[in-house]
Design a protein around this ligand. Sequence first.
Ligand SMILES: Cc1cc2nc3c(=O)[nH]c(=O)nc-3n(C[C@H](O)[C@H](O)[C@H](O)COP(=O)(O)OP(=O)(O)OC[C@H]3O[C@@H](n4cnc5c(N)ncnc54)[C@H](O)[C@@H]3O)c2cc1C
Length: 413
Amino acid sequence: MFDVIVVGGGVIGAAVAYYLSLEKLKVLVLEKDSVGQHASAGAVGFLTVDSVPFSHDVLREAGLYSRKAYLSLAPQFKKECGVDIDLETCGTLRVAKNEFDLANLRQEGDWQKAHIGEGGTDFKTVPAPMARPNRTFSLKKCGDVDFLTATEIAKRWPAIEGKIAGGFFYPQDIQVTSSRIIEAFRQSAAALGADFQESREVTSWETNGRRIMAVTAGGKKYAALTFVLAAGPWSEALAKPLGLRVPVYPVRGQLLIFEMAQRFLSCPIITGGAARASGPISALEALRSGAAESYYLGPKPDGHLYAGTTLEEAGFDESCTEEALERIGNEVCRIVPKAGELPVKGSWAGLRPATKDNLPILGKAPELDNLYLATGHFRKGILLAPFTGKAIADLIVGRKPMLPLDDFSPARF
Ligand SMILES: Cc1cc2nc3c(=O)[nH]c(=O)nc-3n(C[C@H](O)[C@H](O)[C@H](O)COP(=O)(O)OP(=O)(O)OC[C@H]3O[C@@H](n4cnc5c(N)ncnc54)[C@H](O)[C@@H]3O)c2cc1C
């Protein structure tokens, strides 16, 4: 008998297992394929907290919490399990291809400067003009935002040779290597006693009234006191037999991976996505209208240069398409022509677990006493993993989570 069974071994399941293990609970993670095999291991690993659909007050704070947590987790993981998560505080450059993009980026940058300040860690109560015009909320400082003219950008990043109107640099932004994050959470949790079982697809739940008693996976029954559903975009189908509505849907993202023998970009470069600053729109609306279309280049310490990405409704199809890879290649090369000279190492596609309101689904399942949901992290699962793991562990041990989770409630649908 386990204290907690976590269904799904992506970054969210692994982080939940880690934080539960810190509470000295006996944890089992059941993964249908391999741990991290789907969206989690291949994700680019930008830990940016400024982009829409990330303008929700509590979600932004959750991102800041996570980003800070990674700064202490990085040396801790290295010490505990020898895994280097490749954390780089290299900042992020967002470039505007034209004046329209620039105006929108400036709106977001100005808002951050005016309301969040430059550096420091104070809490402030500020209006949130972009996301929720009539709400106030408290916010930790996000950090600096530096406006740079096209000339300044060309000087600092000579590889950016395409025509741009200017950009904004977020110096405090961090990036990591996603596959190593999963490995670090997994190994650290395992060192604390957690058990990760792969090729164990949960196929049924055994219930008694309002309680789940056991799950069946790989023809075997596993019992526990508490269960966590962290199965990414597969969560909806898994929750259905329990009479639960967990509306998470897959949004495919593709990446082109170059080999960069000599690093010529110091940080991630993100272009487009200008509509991001004009207000909250659902992930589905964004991808259908093309409003969220944005391309990026992510230079990694291992010599890979990731180019992304797409937002596609393609069901559970995790394959790449020639058309999308060509489009990504063309778009990034317009800004950084040098990328086009690099050998292509490969391509990758993953399914982001999206929700209609762009918010994750975190908390106790309605109508059931011992099931918690942790899914729907869309484009921010790597960033939000520490926050999610800690919050779910807090709920399970009966502690108040560090932020109010009401807006993420599974009962909202
Ligand atoms: C191109 C791309 C780039 C991205 N870049 C970033 C980024 O820079 N920063 C960031 O923060 N996020 C990024 N993301 C988003 C991030 O990858 C996701 O938010 C995150 O991986 C979701 O993690 P998860 O654990 O919820 O889901 P998943 O990784 O999908 O894990 C769910 C797991 O559950 C398992 N499962 C499903 N059904 C069952 C079952 N019946 N029994 C047992 N196990 C089951 C699956 O096999 C899977 O391993 C990116 C995503 C993509 C596609």
